[in-house]
Ligand binder design. Structure first.
Ligand SMILES: Cc1cc2nc3c(=O)[nH]c(=O)nc-3n(C[C@H](O)[C@H](O)[C@H](O)COP(=O)(O)O)c2cc1C
Length: 330
């Protein structure tokens, strides 16, 4: 299926997020309504060296497809070699990261650094398209800073070398994650290329997703930070796009069930030690704003053992449900 068909069927896209959009979380988002899911960014240099943990990041399963695996790097030859390796797996698309503003990545010439060198960016895209067995997408920012917007030029360069879709995060590298995403620039990119454009930046609710589509004409809406502790945003946005009605938020029972399932899946994939540690931040996000959440977070952040964490989750929800029922009786 082409990326346009995928997005026409369901325009909601899970953003690539290092340390968050691993396999278990992608499957959860998919089941709750995401149409297309992106992996965390994967280092091509580590991949080529056959780094064990990096190769583990390529784990996938039919349950999450269609899936996009994102790679980052700065050398066309290495990028091509990695694209060849990745595209031999069960993946639907390879994405090139041209937006990461993290200093370590920039120093290596990858991520947002490529926004300052369109010639190299084009060579990389061309090399990856040539070496990949699956279609290739690219994720960009507006430019290095407000004086250097390159999104339109870069998207056109992408189209000219055979890139199949472009995601535009409506911020510059200089903005990092601060300020507001400029959706008018996403619209400009959409109007300047024929390939599908996925808009990204500051979509926090179901209504934002629809507003971004209406305001920019983009083909897909990518959601990043708002998914932390809230994979239900996909269900809400999907239903809102289809019916104009936002469904109720998840019940406490459903929240508890997803937290337990997420923990179990992470432990299964990464082993108990790493799985439990990786799960801590998710548990904090899942309980943000909930009654008694601060005490729960304090307790689970000291636990290393999955059985103890499960017990804390059960006790916590028992107490919240109890207090909810108690407050209803008052
Ligand atoms: C913790 C974190 C990790 C991220 N990791 C990646 C990544 O691996 N690759 C990427 O292209 N963008 C990454 N991003 C950027 C997001 O994909 C997205 O572009 C950005 O958060 C803006 O969208 P939002 O406003 O919906 O959050 C990351 C962002 C955050 C906050």
């Amino acid at each position: 299926m082409s990326i346009l068909e995928i997005l026409k069927n369901n325009a909601l896209v899970l953003a690539p997020m290092a340390g968050i959009t691993d396999f278990p979380f992608r499957v959860i988002c998919k089941e709750l309504g995401a149409g297309l899911v992106f992996s965390e960014m994967v280092s091509v240099e580590a991949l080529i060296r056959d780094h064990k943990r990096t190769c583990g990041m390529l784990h996938t399963d039919p349950a999450e497809r269609p899936v996009v695996f994102q790679v980052f790097g700065s050398k066309p030859a290495s990028m091509a070699e990695a694209a060849h390796i990745v595209s031999q797996g069960e993946v639907d698309f390879i994405d090139i990261n041209m937006g990461c503003p993290v200093p370590k990545i920039l120093k290596s010439g990858a991520g947002s650094a490529l926004l300052r060198n369109i010639g190299l960016a084009k060579d990389i895209m061309s090399a990856v398209v040539g070496a990949s067995k699956v279609p290739v997408t690219v994720k960009i920012r507006l430019g290095w800073d407000a004086k250097n917007f390159v999104a339109v030029d870069l998207a056109q360069a992408a189209e000219s070398v055979g890139i199949t879709a472009v995601t535009v995060h409506g911020r510059t590298k200089a903005q990092g994650f601060s300020g507001h995403a400029d959706w008018s620039m996403i619209k400009q990119v959409k109007n300047s290329v024929r390939i599908p454009v996925i808009g990204n930046g500051d979509v926090c609710t179901a209504r934002d997703a629809k507003r971004m589509m209406d305001e920019t004409g983009c083909d897909g809406v990518m959601i990043g930070r708002a998914i932390r502790g809230n994979p239900w945003i996909f269900r809400e946005a999907r239903q809102y796009l289809q019916t104009g009605v936002v469904p109720s938020p998840p019940s406490l029972e459903e929240r508890q069930a997803i937290m337990l399932r997420h923990l179990n899946d992470l432990v299964k994939l990464l082993g108990e030690n790493i799985g439990v540690r990786e799960m801590r931040k998710h548990l904090c996000w899942y309980t943000k704003g909930l009654h008694g959440g601060a005490e729960f977070r304090e307790r689970i952040n000291h636990l290393d053992n999955a059985a103890d964490v499960k017990r804390e989750i059960a006790d916590y929800f028992m107490s919240v449900t109890g207090s909810t029922m108690a407050s209803q009786q008052v």
